[in-house]
Design a protein around this ligand. Structure first.
Ligand code: NAD
Length: 313
C-alpha cells in the first residue's frame, strides 16, 4: 500500500514509519519539523530509502498535493508535549483545525482510509475513572492546556462530520501517555524529563505530592495498536489505546532511580494548572474490537528507553 504519515518525523510518527516500511509499504512522511527532526529517521535501513519519501510541509498553511494514489493516511501532526503546545498554542490550534481539514480533504480526494491520533487529553481532568470512550470529558476550554485539548476535540468533531456527510472511512485513536526512544529529552514530558534528570544526577522534579497517577505505554505497543485500528474494518468511533497499568508519579520516579542506578534526589514542586490527577485508559473496546493489549512491561520499556537516552546526556 501507499501510506502517508503526517507528523512522520516526530516521536510516534518515526516508529510508525519504520514499522510500515518493514511491512513492505511505500511511505510518505509529511512534516514541518516544528517538534520533530529528520534525525528520527536514523534507524531506517538503507534499503528502505527507495520506498520512503519525506515531504517538508506545514499542513496548516497549504494543501498537500500527492500525485499518486494514497491508500491510507495516518494523521499524527501536532505538538504533543505540554511545553511544546504552551510555546506554540496558535500553531497547535491551527494544526488541529486547518491542518486536520486539509488532510481530511486529501483523504477524500484519494478515497484513502484516514486515522487520526487523538489523545486522552480530550477527557481533560477526568471525573470518571478509568476513562471509557463514552466519557465526554472535563476540559477547561480557556486554560493553558486548552489549545491542545480543544484542538483535538475539534479534530474529532470534524472527522465525524466528514464521516457522516461524505462517508469518509475514518478511525480515531485516543492515545494515552506513550514513551520510548526518539522522544526529545527536553520536551517536558515526564518520562524523558525523569530519565534525563536521573542520568545527569540532577534532582528528579515531581510536581505536586507525587500521588497523581499516569499509565505509560511503550511505543511499539502503540504502533501495533494504531496499525490494527487502521486495518480493522468499520470502526467509525474513537478507541482508547494505552496501557492500563497505573502508577503514581512518585513510584515511577523511584523505579527510574533503581533502573538507572542514579543517586538523584526527588524534588517536589507545585502542581501546574489543570494537570490531571488521574489518568488510566479503559481499553475494553480495543481488546474486544482489535484483540489488542499492551505487551511491554514498564520496566522493560524503560530499560530500552534509558539505553537509547544514554547517548544524548
Ligand atoms: N506521545 C504521546 O504520549 C501521545 C499521547 C496522546 C496523543 N499523541 C498524539 O500523537 C501524535 C504524535 O505525537 P508525538 O508524541 O509523536 O509528538 P511529536 O511532537 O514528537 O510529533 C509530532 C510531529 O508533528 C509535526 N507537526 C506538528 N505540526 C505540524 C504541521 N503544522 N505540519 C506538519 N507537521 C507538523 C512535528 O514536527 C512532529 O514531527 C500527536 O498528534 C499527539 O497529539 C501522542
Amino acid at each position: 500500500m501507499i501510506i502517508a504519515v503526517t507528523g512522520g518525523a516526530g516521536f510516534v510518527g518515526s516508529h510508525l514509519v519504520k514499522s510500515l516500511l518493514e511491512e513492505g509499504h511505500e511511505v510518505i512522511a509529511i512534516d514541518n519539523f516544528v517538534t520533530g527532526t529528520i534525525k528520527n529517521f536514523y534507524f531506517l535501513p538503507k534499503d528502505f530509502k527507495e520506498r520512503f519519501t519525506l515531504l517538508e510541509q506545514d499542513i496548516s498553511e497549504e494543501t498537500v498535493n500527492i500525485d499518486f494514489k494514497l491508500d491510507r493516511i495516518y494523521h499524527l501532526a501536532s505538538p504533543a508535549s505540554p511545553i511544546d503546545y504552551a510555546n506554540i498554542p496558535i500553531e497547535t490550534l491551527k494544526v488541529g483545525s486547518i491542518g486536520t481539514y486539509n488532510i481530511l480533504n486529501l483523504a477524500m480526494k484519494h478515497k484513502a482510509r484516514f486515522l487520526m491520533a487523538s489523545t486522552s487529553e480530550v477527557y481533560g481532568d477526568p471525573l470518571e475513572h478509568p476513562q471509557k470512550e463514552t466519557y465526554w470529558g472535563n476540559v477547561n476550554p480557556i486554560g493553558p492546556r486548552s489549545c491542545y485539548d480543544e484542538a483535538k476535540r475539534f479534530s474529532e468533531a470534524m472527522i465525524m462530520a466528514y464521516h457522516r456527510v461524505h462517508g469518509l472511512d475514518m478511525r480515531i485513536a485516543r492515545i494515552f501517555n506513550t514513551y520510548g526512544p526518539n522522544m526529545r529529552l527536553n520536551d517536558g514530558r515526564v518520562v524523558p524529563a525523569f530519565i534525563s534528570q536521573a542520568l545527569k544526577g540532577e534532582p528528579i522534579t515531581v510536581f505536586g505530592d507525587g500521588n497523581q497517577t499516569r499509565s505509560f505505554c511503550y511505543v511499539s505497543d502503540l504502533v501495533r495498536g494504531l496499525k490494527s485500528l487502521m486495518e480493522t474494518p468499520n470502526i467509525h468511533e474513537p478507541v482508547n489505546l494505552g496501557n492500563p497499568a497505573e502508577t503514581t508519579i512518585k513510584n515511577f520516579a523511584e523505579m527510574l532511580l533503581t533502573l538507572t542506578g542514579s543517586t538523584s534526589k526527588i524534588e517536589y514542586k507545585p502542581l501546574p494548572q489543570d494537570d490531571p490527577l488521574r489518568r488510566r485508559p479503559d481499553i475494553t473496546k480495543a481488546v474486544q474490537l482489535l484483540n489488542w493489549h499492551p505487551e511491554i512491561p514498564l520496566s522493560v520499556g524503560l530499560t530500552k528507553t534509558i539505553e537509547w537516552a544514554k547517548q544524548y546526556v
